[in-house]
Ligand binder design. Structure first.
Ligand code: NDP
Length: 294
């Protein structure tokens, strides 16, 4: 059994990005600039945004945090996005979710210019991705692809079962594994909360990718001997023995599943660290595209 070490691979990717930024500087080209809008002060969002900004600084990107109050009107938020869309100095824009209830996530996502949508959530990017055209690929599934590619895990002709169909994780993941690309070319089955007999499908997976947000969705009896198991799930479980007051758990019962696998991601340290690295890869790609167009 091999661990898919997302921490190690993400460190390699960040070093590669840092080198590219140094080259851009030497050539007097534009330094990637990521803008992040944070509405309100959800503690988990604060942590994610803080990590994104710190990682931007580490690789030499510029990062701007735009804090807006919970009470902001939807129209005011959309106007703010318009302003950033038309600001040529900013290459990538993310609006950290979740949003307050009175704000429509669909309206926010559709308002971001597809060329700056480095989260890859805009319908135009998702559509282009599905059609195997150049696009910003959502960071978490992109991170999973990077892990698969860098560990040289064969995918063509394999049966990939994706558990979860969210716009953020399961849906794009299934499209990516199905595409005529490398990694890709899998035969894909997508399962969700209405799937009858989840175990039946999981047992057939050569590659099992899980994003349910429910701890212990996958137990050892659901996994085929030698399968590759990728756990996207991250749940915060209250734990008084931890300084933070919680511990992180995935969707796979790691201790009992790992011995059956050829490869498996741990939680934490698997898919999680890959997500920020992929976001930064997208932002750098946005800048490189501009130079290709000139
Ligand atoms: P959502 O709640 O949006 O989607 C969960 C999906 O899982 C839904 O499609 C749901 O089905 C399905 N599902 C839920 N329970 C079961 C079950 N028991 N059996 C089968 N399917 C089930 O979550 P997200 O996709 O946004 O996130 C999933 C997990 O991934 C979370 O833990 C989240 O924190 C984590 N995550 C981690 C990231 C990272 O950086 N590593 C980034 C993004 C997410 P239905 O559609 O029928 O409701």
């Amino acid at each position: 059994m091999h661990i898919l070490d997302g921490k190690k691979v993400s460190e390699q990717i960040l070093e590669e990005i840092k080198k590219e930024v140094t080259l851009l500087k030497q050539e007097n080209k534009k330094i990637p600039h990521l803008a992040i809008i944070l509405v309100g002060n959800n503690p988990a969002s604060e942590t994610y945004v803080g990590a994104k900004i710190k990682t931007c600084e580490r690789v030499g990107f510029r990062a701007s945090l735009i804090r807006l109050p919970d009470s902001i009107e939807e129209s005011a938020l959309l106007n703010k996005i318009d302003g950033i869309n038309s600001n040529d100095d900013i290459d990538g824009l993310i609006v950290q979710s979740p949003f307050p209830k009175h704000i429509s996530p669909e309206k926010v996502i559709e308002r971001i210019s597809p060329g700056k949508d480095v989260d890859g959530f805009h319908p135009e990017n998702l559509g282009r991705m599905a059609l195997n055209m150049p696009a910003f690929v959502p960071a978490t599934p992109f991170g999973v692809l990077q892990l698969i590619a860098r560990y040289k895990i064969p995918t063509a002709g394999k049966h990939c079962v994706v558990v979860g169909r969210s716009h953020l994780a399961g849906l794009p993941m299934s499209l990516l594994m199905m595409r005529n690309a490398r990694p890709g070319n899998c035969t894909v089955t997508v399962c969700h909360s209405r799937t009858a007999d989840l175990k039946h499908y999981c047992m057939q997976a050569d590659i099992l990718i899980v994003a349910t947000g429910q701890t212990e969705t996958i137990t050892a009896d659901m996994v085929k001997e030698g399968a590759v198991v990728i756990d996207i799930g991250i749940s915060r479980i209250p734990d008084a023995s931890k300084k933070s007051g919680y511990r992180l758990m995935g969707d796979v019962k790691f201790d009992e599943v790992a011995p059956k696998c050829s490869y498996i991601t741990p939680v934490p340290g698997g898919v999680g660290p890959m997500t920020i690295a992929s976001l930064l890869m997208n932002t750098l790609e946005g800048v490189k595209r501009k130079y290709k167009q000139v």
